[in-house]
Each structure stands twice: as C-alpha cells, then as structure tokens.
Design a protein around this ligand. Structure first.
Ligand SMILES: NC(=O)C1=CN([C@@H]2O[C@H](COP(=O)(O)OP(=O)(O)OC[C@H]3O[C@@H](n4cnc5c(N)ncnc54)[C@H](OP(=O)(O)O)[C@@H]3O)[C@@H](O)[C@H]2O)C=CC1
Ligand SMILES: O=C(CO)COP(=O)(O)O
Length: 345
C-alpha cells in the first residue's frame, strides 16, 4: 500500500483519488474550501463536481497541505494549469525529501509556452523530487467515477517510475499503458482541448458530424505538426493521448471544452460562458499558448489561428469556419506524410 497526496479536489482529482482508494492505497485529497473538505470527510461526497457519486470512505480530505504531504510517497498534482506554479511553490517550501510527482493536468502556460512537467521542474527543487510522471488519456471524470472502462497512459523520462505509477493506478476498470514520450503525451493532452472548443462551436452553429470529423482529423494534423517541431514522437499522437483524447473530448457532452465551444457557437460571449461553467475550460488559455508557439516556431495551425481570432479578437464563429473552408487548396497528406511514414517504420 502506498500513501498518496492528491492535490486538487475538483472533478479529476476526486475521480483519480477514487481509483487509488479502490486499489487499496491511503489517499489524502487536498483542497482549499473547508466546506467541501468537510463534506468529503463527513458525507463521502463531492457534490459540486461529482453529483450522485459516493466516494470510498477511506479517502481522507484536508485543507492543510502539510497534513496531506505527511508520509506521502507520491504526489498527484491535478489542479488547473494556471494554478500549477503556485501549488508547486507551496509544495517546495514544505517538502524535505524526494517524492515522485505525478501530474494529470492538461495545458500549456500561455506566456512561456511551457508544458506542465517543465513548470514542475522549474518550481520544485531537484532535492524534493524523484521522477516526474504524466497521466493522460481519454478519461472523463464522470465516467471514471462510475468505474466505467477507461484507458490512459503514463509517461516519464524514467520508465521504472512510469511502471510504478502504472501499478498504482491500474485495475479492472482503469487500464494504464506506459510511454517514454513525455513531450507528445503532454502536447496531445493539452492541444486536444483547443480542437474540442472548435468542435463545440461547429455543433453550436448547427453544422453536423461532417464538420466535427473534419476538425478532429485536421486538428490532429496540426497537433502532429507542432509536436514534431518540438521533439515529440509522432507515433504518440495515434494513441490514447492523441487521437483517443481528441475523440472523447470532441464528441462528449461531459467535456467542458466542447460545452464552452457549443455555447460560443450559439452566440454567447466568452466571458458569459466562462462565468457560468463553474469548472476549468483549459482550452482557452492553451489556445493562446499554441497560437504564440506556432507563430514563433513557424508551424502552420489554421484551426488554432481561427479559434484564437474567435476567442480573443471578437471574430464571428461562422466567419471563422468560412475562413477555414476557403483556404488555399492543397493535397491532403502533405502535412502528415512524415507522420504516416513514421508509423509505417
Ligand atoms: N475533469 C476531467 O474529466 C479531466 C480533467 N483533466 C485535467 O485535470 C485538471 C483539473 O481539472 P478538473 O479537476 O476537471 O477541474 P475542476 O474545475 O473540476 O476542479 C479544479 C479544482 O482545482 C481547484 N483549484 C483551482 N485553483 C487552485 C489553487 N490555486 N490551489 C488549490 N486548488 C485549486 C479548484 O478549487 P476551487 O473550485 O475552489 O477554485 C477545484 O477544486 C485540468 O488540467 C483538466 O484539463 C484531465 C482529464 C480529465
Ligand atoms: O480531458 C478530458 C477528457 O480526457 C476532459 O476534458 P474537458 O476538460 O473538456 O472536460
């Protein structure tokens, strides 16, 4: 049995705490709100994020970070990307021994274009961390909490640690694969949220499944282009954290990114949508990050560019779709040829 501190008591932190508790580990869930933490300890529910779900009674919750970390062998970071630096800075002041840092958040920091594992490396000193391991894949918290079959990938530069984390989480309803391509896994998980926002927009505009299939496949081509340029293994994008997560996020009503896009397509403003969501919509900030990264590196990302114009420059969503449809004609496979040949190797 391991002792694991889960930092972030939202939808995903709670669902992953359930998986770990089901596997017999001692789990402490850390959150900021006293009322919510008391609810978890007294009633074994977290109704704001997972209504109708009863949590394993072995999960302990606390608002005290020191208590959460006490005796923990591993830490699971699962707060929104914008809170990662702040939480890591707090962690670094408390930790006095190296621990495995697992993260399950999906995003890129807008101003620096950094992935989450890079933020962790910057904020937590080497003396306080063993390996950094990323957990990602097609996995809505709502379905994991119902113990419906789900597959994810854990990635790390240290494969021994990745396999240990695979053992921590793997069970009959939660199947965990390993991958050494931390760049590809983080890029796929972060960028699929951009495409899910776009897919929500086309659904909100009343366009159907053809448009969505186009966004998923052409979106994948953009993700591969950017990923390849920054050193990802392109084969990763054919897997769970690439195509797999694109499918689940672009086609599910559980997705907050898809739902936000859907409301934008129906004519709501971004501020209105974000105010009413009550949960994180990572794709908005990730669109900023990907837009700037693509411009800096010189990678062509037309869907990202149009979504950026809708979110931050007031472009009408319908005009954005029209712009994508009227781009210069081209050969389908020229942008993904290298990807296909890599797969064939
Ligand atoms: N939900 C899902 O199905 C999945 C989510 N993810 C990823 O997991 C990450 C977290 O998402 P999710 O749990 O869904 O988000 P939610 O919006 O459901 O919950 C976020 C939680 O983080 C807390 N939080 C925010 N800022 C801080 C902070 N500075 N310090 C401590 N706690 C903080 C929030 O607290 P409060 O509300 O009090 O601000 C809330 O409890 C995201 O990167 C997301 O992309 C990945 C896979 C699946
Ligand atoms: O990452 C997810 C599923 O794999 C959750 O997506 P949303 O953040 O859009 O809900």
């Amino acid at each position: 049995m391991d002792k694991i501190a889960v930092l972030g008591a939202g939808s995903w932190g709670t669902a992953l705490a359930m998986v770990l508790a089901d596997n017999g580990h001692a789990v402490t869930l850390w959150g900021k709100r006293t009322e919510q933490i008391n609810e978890i300890n007294e009633y074994h529910t977290n109704k704001r994020f997972l209504p109708e779900i009863g949590l394993p009674t072995t999960i302990k919750a606390t608002t005290n970070l020191e208590d959460a970390l006490d005796g923990a062998n591993s830490i699971l970071l699962v707060v929104p990307t914008k809170a990662i630096r702040e939480v890591c800075q707090k962690l670094n002041t408390i930790l006095n021994r190296p621990v495995t840092i697992i993260h399950a958040s999906k995003g890129i920091e807008p101003n620096t274009s950094k992935r989450i594992s890079e933020l962790i490396e910057e904020e937590i000193s080497e003396a306080n961390r063993d390996a950094i391991v990323v957990l990602s894949g097609p996995s809505h918290a709502e379905e994991v909490a119902l113990r419906h079959p789900t597959t994810v990938t854990v990635a790390s530069k240290n494969m021994e640690e990745a396999r240990k984390v695979q053992d921590l989480f793997n069970n009959q309803y939660f199947r965990v694969y390993t991958n050494e391509d931390i760049v590809g896994v983080e890029i796929g998980g972060a960028l699929k949220n951009i495409i899910a926002l776009a897919a929500g927009i086309t659904d909100g505009l009343g366009y159907g499944d053809n448009a969505k299939a186009a966004l998923i496949t052409r979106g994948l081509a953009e993700i591969i282009r950017l990923g390849k340029a920054i050193g990802a293994n392109t084969q990763t994008f054919a897997g769970l954290t690439g195509m797999g997560d694109l499918i689940v996020t672009c086609t599910s009503v559980h997705s907050r990114n898809w739902r936000a896009g859907n409301l934008l397509g129906q004519g709501k403003s971004l501020d209105e949508v974000l105010e009413n969501m009550g949960m994180v919509v990572e794709g908005v900030r990730t669109t900023q990050a990907a837009y700037h990264m693509a411009n800096e590196i010189g990678v062509e990302m037309p869907i990202v560019n149009e979504l950026y114009a809708v979110l931050f420059e007031g472009k009408d969503p319908k005009n954005a779709v029209d712009s994508l449809m009227s781009r210069g004609k081209r050969h389908e496979t020229e942008s993904v040829t290298n990807f296909i040949s890599d797969l064939a190797e």
